[in-house]
Design a protein around this ligand. Sequence first.
Ligand code: FES
Length: 208
Amino acid sequence: MAGERPKKKPQIKVVRKGPYVVNGLKHLKNWKGEDLPVQPVISLCRCGASKNKPYCDGSHVKIGFVGDKDPDRVPGEMHEYVGKGITIVDNTDVCCRDRSCVVNLPKVFENEDPDAASVEEVIATIKKCPSGALSYKLGGEHCQDYGRKPEITVSKNGPLKVVGSIELKDDYGTQPWCKEHYTLCRCGASKNKPFCDGSHLDIGFKDE
Ligand code: FES
């Protein structure tokens, strides 16, 4: 319509030594699927110390939060498991240890055997991988984009699950491996910041 302003796409800015500043987000949910309050600009904790999680309360300053990647981190690897109907792509570098793959379809993901279930079951399970570590190839085409609306879900005692191609910006030019969905650390312990690497499990991160 003439005169109508173009809608601003949401964006996440990773602040050095500080929170995630999120612009233009319409949908923030908790792990029960309930809506959480949003404003045009919100700050979400990434140091793990806020007493008002998932929002930032300035605690990053008190604890001297740095927020960079660990320079001693050993990067993960890329694997492809080629089956008759589908190829599973596994980028272990961004795995958040969600385990939805081995819990939902162990015969495929524990045994690294794409042919141990139907192509539809494999795809349905891959789509549950929040970090984007798992994706697939069908007929040579690499599929990572599921076309969802922009939304962030605060997982219980775990990362922020981002879906819907929300742009990520930081001072280092960091980009997610999978642009449509990725997981962001909010416990402060990941060696692969800003992405979750499952360290919340090692430190026993709790929302309370
Ligand atoms: S939330 Fe920090 S490593 Fe997963």
